[in-house]
Design a protein around this ligand. Sequence first.
Ligand code: MN
Ligand code: MN
Length: 468
Amino acid sequence: MGKKTKGEELREQLMFSPENCGEKMSDKEIESAYSFCEPYKTFLDNSKTERDAVKNVVAMVEAKGYKPFDAKTKYNQGDKIYYNNRDRAIIVATVGKKSLDNGVTILAAHIDSPRVDLKPRPLYEDSHLALLKTHYYGGIKKYQWTAVPLALHGAVYRKDGSMVEVNIGEDENDPVFVINDLLPHLAKDQNARTLAKGIEGEELNILIGCMPFKDDKASEKVKLNVMRMLNEKYGFVEGDFRTAELCAVPAQKAKDVGLDRGMVGSYGHDDRVCAYTALMAELDQKEVPEYTSVVVLADKEEVGSDGNTGLHSSYLKYFIADLAAPHGIAGRTVLSASKCLSADVTNAHDPSFPSVTEKNNTAYLNYGVCIMKYTGSGGKGGTNDSDARYMNEVTRVLENADVIWQTGELGKVDQGGGGTVAKFVSALNVDTIDIGVPVLSMHAPFEVVSKLDVYQTYKAFDAFIKRK
Ligand code: MN
Ligand code: MN
């Protein structure tokens, strides 16, 4: 190696180039990243709906000694609490060393994912088959949800007020369900439709049975037979569907992707990848943090954060106000001094579709956790555009912890866009930045993330909880 030229020296001093985690991370750290993703895959498999996720998170935090939040209790440093919001969203917190008027550290992710929900009266028989009518939830490309094995998850309340949890299709020996698509031989008319209309909403009908109940007189015998089996297993009747919450989600399990096993493919990385990394950063803290840490795992992000379990609701604000009130501190004083990472996934550049991104301002797989100053669409419509001071503050925390991070935008200008919960948290006068894992095939039944990015995201959240 010869002496560096003046140009090479200057380049090193002045120019910036992103770093590939695979080159930058030590073999030992890469191994840690791979190990970190093993329990993450299990979490994905067990947490396919927000309801399943909350159930798992409650078990995980209780095992670590967290107690249900009681608004009348005065909590002190080191106290660990959780607030279960209607089994669909959850807040997990550790009271820090500093008084609450110094603000708290908020990590906000969401645990709902796009899927296909059942309608209130889903079950019908047509042409000797029993099917379920659905109403899709969140932004899906409908054609992707046909001809893939589906599982049914949810909660059914019976007439006596008791609840039964439904889960069919996850166990190795369970049957699965499917939305059928047309054979190519007869798809001449369908092929002429636009991709968006290739499969339409009312064609997303789930096949649930074909065997008739043996009886000469009964009508709708296939439907009757399905209802009989549901009743035997779960004790509910057709009318109970009307108040139930049932979701169809991909039945397959999370798998390593690639010969190098560098990626994880799964349903629901968006946004369980940030929910899991945020939660683990909280649970793995060995010492009481300086600032109270508040991990909020929200519902309804995929449909605009509305409803009382979405972050447009006041439950985070109320939780913080209730935490602060026994100390004689106003909730707004805490919020105005708080710092938040809005933890949500972003689009990873896909070499097969390069035209939708701008190469210098898109996230790349394996280039670390992605920070987005703003999201939104068009002229930054509907965004929390974080200020430069806070951007600098957050990225310095990351750099001091050797976190590999990149910046990105969700697509090139005017290509589309998207939003996150950031704008709802920043509406509470909290400093907020969007940050998360780059994803390929986002919102598809099988999304892909890089293990190294997942690990860098975990490191980022850990560093942020530890901020001084
Ligand atoms: Mn998301
Ligand atoms: Mn999403």
